[in-house]
Design a protein around this ligand. Structure first.
Ligand code: UGA
Length: 362
């Protein structure tokens, strides 16, 4: 029998982690060692013979080095990553996305472990065209709006916009990993996810979590409760949404191709699925009503200011389109799922999962 490859996943029970563990366990050659502080989203995977789960905080875990030493590849997913936190608890956001994981990077270097780090598309910040527009200037080169890993500048708002606490922490973490590659030959791959969506994403406020989740879960709550979908600042912001299955396919390719992905940064996103938030709301209302003809959503949409929705210190990324040439070339990866299919699967999951917990007013 050939030796299994051991994949350690820190933050294995979040939205991305739960799907990735599921995907890895479908392949018998992997032994998965996961760490997280809750097992709610991976309950169905516990007990699998190739899955070892530690319910603990990875950053104070006393057997951390022993655990790291037993892994062939370490995947770092744990993070506070909801925008509503960035301007309200920026210190914890910086701690979670830089200060704490920084030591793990050091340990991976010392122990000679391969590290796959989940960063974010948010490191790009705003588009150059978006910043020009804010200043009343014209930027007529649309190419500048497509983010490429090794060429695009990273453009953030001013210091009083706490929103950028997350992007700045992630950027510093990327730079720390990059510098470790440069000076200490750390074997790493950085993934920049572009708005992954799918079942088990986030939470519904007041049901299985508290606060403001990301847009998909916000809109799902509004749909399930027949409330208006809230469009922050008119919903003109644009995002390219990526199906979680396509995203996991890319990560599997990174794991399987250590040579091609060594010391590389990859945008993982679907440029074909770009949509404005206002259009996303319209699509979700249409698909929800198709899936639930007996619980028709009739409350429509409502415009709110970012100040009212998120509070002070918020700012926004105007547009995010990934250049995925590198993932195509080095990983042979191509996202396949259309926005409609991905939204339909996600809406069906939410309707099914929360059916008994939320009574939809007719
Ligand atoms: C997110 C998070 O920063 C990260 O978790 C992550 O790295 C990245 O993007 C991602 O998901 O890959 P953002 O796209 O701004 O950032 O997060 P959302 O909360 O999903 O918001 C998307 C847009 O919808 C924003 O412009 C927001 O203002 C708007 N929005 C959100 C609404 O119009 N209505 C809502 O109810 C919620």
């Amino acid at each position: 029998m050939t030796q299994k490859q051991t994949i350690g996943i820190i933050g294995c029970a979040g939205f991305i982690g739960s799907h990735l563990v599921e995907r890895l366990l479908a392949q018998p050659q992997y032994l998965i060692k996961g760490i997280d502080q809750s097992s709610e989203k991976i309950g169905h995977l516990l007990g699998h013979p190739n899955f070892q789960f530690e319910c603990t905080d990875a950053y104070i875990y006393e057997r951390r080095d022993e655990w790291l030493a037993s892994c062939d590849v370490v995947i770092l997913l744990a993070a506070l990553c909801n925008p509503s936190l960035y301007n309200t608890i920026p210190l914890r956001v910086i701690e979670s996305n830089f200060t704490k994981p920084m030591h793990l990077v050091d340990r991976c270097g010392v122990l000679g472990k391969r590290l796959i780090y989940f960063s974010t598309c948010e490191v790009y910040g705003k588009t150059v065209a978006g910043v020009c527009a804010e200043k009343g200037l014209i930027c007529d080169n649309p190419e500048k709006e497509i983010f490429s890993e090794d060429a695009s500048p990273l453009v953030y708002g001013s210091i009083d916009r706490q929103r950028w606490s997350y992007a700045a922490a992630k950027q510093l973490m990327e730079r720390y990993i990059y510098a470790n590659g440069f000076e200490r030959n750390l074997e790493y791959t950085i993934i920049r996810p572009f708005n992954f969506i799918g079942p088990r994403m986030d939470f519904i406020d007041g049901v299985d979590g508290e606060g403001i989740p990301r847009v998909l879960a916000c809109f799902m709550k509004n749909l399930l409760k027949n409330e208006p979908l809230l469009l922050v600042d008119n919903g003109t912001q644009r995002r390219a949404f990526t199906a979680i299955a396509d995203a996991c396919d890319a990560v599997m390719r990174v794991i399987e191709r250590p040579v091609q992905s060594k010391q590389q940064i990859f945008n993982i996103g679907n440029p074909e699925n770009e949509v404005s938030i206002a259009d996303l709301a319209g699509m979700m209302i249409g698909l929800y009503n198709e899936c639930n003809p007996e619980k028709h959503h009739s409350a429509g949409v409502q415009i709110v200011t970012n100040q009212r929705f998120y509070g002070s210190g918020y700012d926004d990324c105007d547009r995010r389109i990934p250049d995925i040439t590198k993932a195509r070339t080095l990983l042979g990866w191509e996202p396949k799922t259309t926005l409609v299919d991905s939204l339909r699967q996600t809406i069906e999951y939410y309707c099914d999962h929360y059916a008994r917990q939320i009574q939809t007013p007719m």
